[in-house]
Design a protein around this ligand. Structure first.
Ligand code: ARG
Length: 456
C-alpha cells in the first residue's frame, strides 16, 4: 500500500523497518480520541472557509461511520500505515475518496498525537477520579461502621498507642483523597489544546484554534507551537500521580497482608479476594493484596521510562516520543485494575474486633497516658517519662500489667499519684482521652469523617 508520505521516496520501506517503526499495535487505543479530534478539526476548517462545507460534512460523516466500524471490530488496522492517525485517514480516503485528503490540512501528526494523548488522559483522569472516590467512600463507611473498634497503633511496627481502627482507615482515606486532588490538578495542564501547532511552527492558513478548543472542551489553547508538539510533561505528571497512588496502595496492602497473618490475626480477608496453595491444603493466601503491593514496581518503571525518554531531547518533536504511549497505557491499566479491586475489597474485610482490642490493651500501650497523667499533676514531662519507664520495668520484672500495680507501689514511684490513676490505664480510656484536634478520640474521628465527606 502506498504511504501518505511516499511522494519523495523511490524505494519501498523494508518490512523489518515497518515492523520497527509501527505504533498501531498499541496506539489503536487512541482511536476514538483521534476521530473526535479530526471531526472538530474538519468543522473548523469548513467554518474558516479553508475547505468546502460539503466536503467537511462528508468527512465528518465518514469519520463517524469509521468509529462505528471500529466499535464493531470491522476495521483491520494495517502495520504498513504505521499508526492510528494514518490508518484512520487512509480508511477515510478509501471511504469518501480524494476529498478525505482535505482533512490533514493545517495539521501534522505531531500536534495530532499530542491532542489524542491529552484527550485520552483527560478521560482516564475522570475515570480514576471516580475510582478513588469509591475507594475513599468505602474507607469512610467502614470507619464509621467500626467507630468503636480499638486497635494498637504502631510506630517502627512496634505497638505504640491504642488508636481507633476508624482513625487508621481514615489515614488511608486522606492519602487517597490527596491522590484524587493531585490527578484533578493535573487536568489544568492536560486540558490545553495543542492542535493547530502543526509540525512545530504553526500554519499560514487562517485556522481558528479557539473554536476547536471549544468543540473539544479544552480550557485553553497552547501558547507556543514548538512547546506544544514536544511537551509530554502532562503525561509524566499523570504517571507520577499514579506512582504516588500505587505507593499508597502498596502501604495499605502491606498492612492487610501483615494483619491477615496468624501472628497479627487482626483481619480476615474475604474468601473471594484470597487464593489457596497448590500444596498446602490449609492455606488462604493474601495474593490479591500482594499483587497490588507488587504492582508499584510497574508504575515506578513507567515513570522512569518516560523521564528517561524525554531527557535530553532537542526541540521540537522527535520520534523517540512515540515510545511515550506504552508506559502511559501500562500505568493507566495497572492503576485502574488495582483501584477497582481494592475499592471492592475494602468494605468486605472482616475485622477481628476482640483481638484488635486485646492487643491494644497489652504491651504497656498506655504508658504515655501515665506520663501525661503525671504532667497533669505538675510533674515535668521528662521526669514523668523516666518515672513511667521505671514502672514499666517493674511490671516486666514482676510479670504484671500497669493496672496491677497497687496504689502504694504507684506512690513509691511518684507521690503525686492518687487512685484516679486507674482511670487512664485501659486502651479505651486512652483513646477517649486523645481529643486534641486530629487525634484518635471517637468524637474527633467522627468530626474528621464528617469533614472528609464534605471535601469530596
Ligand atoms: N506515531 C507517532 C507518535 O506516536 C505519531 C507522530 C509521528 N510524527 C512524525 N513526524 N513521524 O509519536
Amino acid at each position: 500500500m502506498k504511504k501518505p508520505w511516499a511522494g519523495r521516496f523511490t524505494e519501498q520501506t523494508s518490512k523489518a523497518v515497518e515492523a520497527f517503526t509501527e505504533s498501531i499495535s498499541f496506539d489503536r487505543r487512541l482511536w476514538r480520541h483521534d476521530i473526535d479530534g479530526s471531526i472538530a478539526h474538519a468543522k473548523m476548517l469548513a467554518k474558516q472557509g479553508i475547505i468546502p462545507k460539503n466536503d467537511a460534512e462528508k468527512i465528518v460523516a465518514g469519520l463517524q461511520e469509521i468509529a462505528r466500524e471500529i466499535e464493531r471490530g470491522d476495521i483491520h488496522f494495517r502495520t504498513e500505515l504505521e499508526d492510528i492517525h494514518m490508518n484512520i485517514e487512509m480508511e477515510l480516503i478509501k471511504k469518501i475518496g480524494h476529498i478525505g485528503g482535505r482533512l490533514h490540512t493545517a495539521r501534522s501528526r505531531n500536534d495530532q498525537v499530542a491532542l489524542d494523548l491529552r484527550l485520552y488522559l483527560r478521560a482516564e483522569t475522570h475515570a480514576i477520579n471516580d475510582l478513588l472516590g469509591a475507594l475513599t467512600s468505602g474507607l469512610a463507611d467502614t470507619a464509621e461502621k467500626n467507630i468503636d473498634v480499638i486497635m494498637p497503633g504502631f510506630t517502627h511496627l512496634q505497638r505504640a498507642q491504642p488508636v481507633l481502627l476508624a482513625h487508621h482507615l481514615m489515614a488511608y482515606a486522606h492519602m487517597f483523597e490527596r491522590d484524587r486532588q493531585r490527578f484533578q490538578d493535573g487536568l489544568k495542564r492536560i486540558n490545553i489544546l495543542p492542535l493547530g501547532s502543526c509540525a512545530l511552527a504553526g500554519t499560514s492558513l487562517p485556522i481558528d484554534r479557539g473554536y476547536v478548543a471549544k468543540l473539544l472542551g479544552f480550557d485553553a489553547v497552547s501558547e507556543n507551537s514548538m512547546d506544544s508538539v514536544s511537551d509530554r510533561d502532562f503525561a509524566i505528571e499523570f504517571v507520577s500521580c499514579a506512582a504516588i497512588c500505587i505507593m499508597h496502595i502498596s502501604r495499605l496492602s502491606e498492612d492487610l497482608i501483615l494483619w491477615s497473618s496468624e501472628e497479627f490475626a487482626f483481619v480476615e480477608l474475604p474468601d473471594a479476594f484470597t487464593t489457596g496453595s497448590s500444596i498446602m491444603p490449609q492455606k488462604k493466601n493474601p495474593d490479591v493484596a500482594e499483587l497490588m503491593r507488587g504492582s508499584a514496581g510497574k508504575i515506578y518503571g513507567d515513570l522512569m521510562n518516560l523521564l528517561t525518554l524525554m531527557k535530553g531531547l532537542p526541540l521540537a518533536y522527535n520520534r523517540d516520543m512515540q515510545h511515550d504511549k506504552e508506559p502511559v497505557f501500562q500505568a493507566v491499566d495497572v492503576l485502574t485494575r488495582t483501584l477497582t479491586i481494592l475499592a471492592d475489597m475494602v468494605p468486605r474485610i472482616i475485622w477481628k474486633k476482640e483481638r484488635l482490642l486485646s492487643t491494644a490493651d497489652a504491651s504497656f500501650s498506655t504508658a504515655t497516658d501515665v506520663a501525661e497523667y503525671l504532667v497533669r499533676k505538675g510533674v515535668p514531662f521528662r521526669t514523668a517519662h523516666e518515672v513511667t519507664g521505671k514502672m514499666v520495668r517493674f511490671c516486666i520484672e514482676g510479670d504484671k500489667k500497669l493496672a496491677e500495680i497497687t496504689l502504694d507501689e504507684f506512690k513509691r514511684f511518684a507521690p503525686e499519684i492518687s487512685k484516679d490513676i486507674y482511670s487512664v490505664l485501659s486502651a479505651r480510656e486512652s483513646v477517649n482521652a486523645r481529643n486534641s484536634f486530629g487525634g484518635t478520640a471517637p468524637a474527633m474521628v467522627k468530626e474528621q469523617i464528617k469533614r472528609f465527606r464534605k471535601i469530596r
